[in-house]
Write a protein that binds this ligand. Structure first.
Ligand SMILES: [Zn+2]
Length: 404
């Protein structure tokens, strides 16, 4: 069983449908009865952690095989920077190609548990695809509001699952458009008794519980040990906050002896969390994003202050990566590791390399870099990766002479 506790005022909320504290609008944290919890290996994938998820009856579970993604030791890149214990957690292998499937699986299951008939969300792509897929499987209606600049190929994937998709003017460029979009989605869901599923702890605390299972899996995959440092791509701040919560819960259950340091990685042209970290102040919205990295470019991160607090608590840090380094890292992950990831995922390798070069990483650490999504969705980014490579046309008879 679980209850929701306001992180601002501590009020315990028993109404399962609440998404914010009714007293002060604070973020609700989902809390469970005891620190210890049994695993349920009979349930699929990440649902073996169902005792730590807010879906109380397995009959409501909507699953497409999410979770259980591989933790792969680096083949070449780690050795190249004298960081031999570098691992990649490949979330691109979830059913729709990103970690958002964990959140959508919990969110749509939770929607069924509440007896609701429709969801509404705002997304730059990956979350929309996840919600649309799990919503289709659960046969509930979906309404998705997307960024004006969202890559068209990502939108095509979402549309194929059948929700209603609308692009909102200036969303993704202006904080005012973001705030108005979220406020209006919340009002719409209140009026129609739908469930708002925005992948932020401050909007969908129950669904976001799915993301913390990444931490549980990493500890299990490291044979019951914790990593020293975890690199996470950060836009809104919710993912890194949930993963930190997952490590803390695994620790409180007595399953690991220590906790990792968490590192938030942002795109340089759109990095309000890094700026706040460096200035030692709360997160302030920025006026406009100049970056080109889809998925982690948010001017007004909804969970930004939660993420900052978690960086401090874990002894971690934040840094930002220029877009050209991100695109180079994306190519290197493909050509030297075999991981074909989206640009937003590639920032973690660029960040580990930068921290090794600056000496912030000594090289002795066991490092996990989270690859949040697969590279197949963004056709423009794919073409950019191979744009400078020649494609010679040869005769079949030339084949024996192509290599020395
Ligand atoms: Zn409160």
């Amino acid at each position: 069983m679980f209850q929701m506790v306001c992180l601002t005022c501590g009020q315990i909320c028993s109404d399962a449908g609440l998404v914010k504290c009714p007293r002060d609008g604070g973020v609700l944290d989902v809390r469970y009865d005891s620190d210890d919890f049994p695993l349920q290996p009979d349930l699929p994938g990440m649902w073996r952690y169902a005792a730590r998820l807010p879906v109380t009856d397995p009959k409501h579970i909507v699953s497409l095989g999410e979770g259980d993604t591989p933790l792969t030791p680096s083949a070449q890149l780690g050795a190249g920077i004298n960081l031999p214990q570098l691992y990649f957690k490949n979330e691109g292998l979830n059913p729709t190609g990103s970690y958002k499937d964990r959140i959508a699986s919990v969110g749509i299951s939770y929607l069924r548990q509440l007896g609701r008939r429709a969801w509404a969300a705002a997304s730059s792509g990956n979350a929309g695809a996840s919600l649309a897929a799990y919503g289709a499987r659960a046969a509930v209606d979906g309404y998705l509001f997307t960024l004006e600049s969202a890559p068209r190929a990502k939108i095509a994937q979402i549309m194929s699952y059948g929700p209603q998709v609308m692009s909102v003017r200036r969303l993704g460029y202006e904080p005012a458009a973001e705030q108005a979009t979220w406020a209006n989605i919340a009002a719409l869901c209140d009026a129609r008794d739908w469930l708002m599923l925005i992948t932020a702890r401050s909007n969908s605390p129950q669904a976001m519980e799915g993301a913390k299972t990444i931490a549980y899996e990493i500890c299990q995959q490291l044979q019951g040990d914790a990593p020293d440092v975890v690199y996470v791509p950060v836009g809104g701040g919710g993912l890194i906050s949930c993963i930190w919560k997952g490590f803390k819960e695994w620790h409180e259950a007595g399953r690991i002896a220590r906790l990792p340091r968490m590192v938030a990685v942002q795109p340089l042209g759109c990095d309000p969390i890094t700026q706040a970290w460096q200035a030692g102040r709360p997160v302030q919205q920025i006026d406009e994003c100049s970056g080109t990295v889809s998925g982690i470019s948010l001017t007004s991160p909804p969970d930004g202050d939660l993420a900052l607090q978690d960086l401090r608590e874990s002894g971690g840090w934040a840094l930002s990566i220029p877009d050209e380094d991100t695109h180079r890292s994306q190519s290197e992950l493909a050509s030297r590791e075999g991981h074909f990831v989206e640009p937003a995922a590639a920032v973690v390798w660029a960040a580990a390399r930068a921290d090794r070069r600056s000496g912030r990483l000594t090289g002795d650490e066991r490092v996990v870099a989270l690859l949040t999504g697969i590279g197949f969705k963004d056709s423009q980014a794919i073409q950019k990766m191979s744009a400078d490579k020649p494609l010679p046309l040869i005769e079949a008879d030339d084949i024996p002479r192509i290599a020395p």
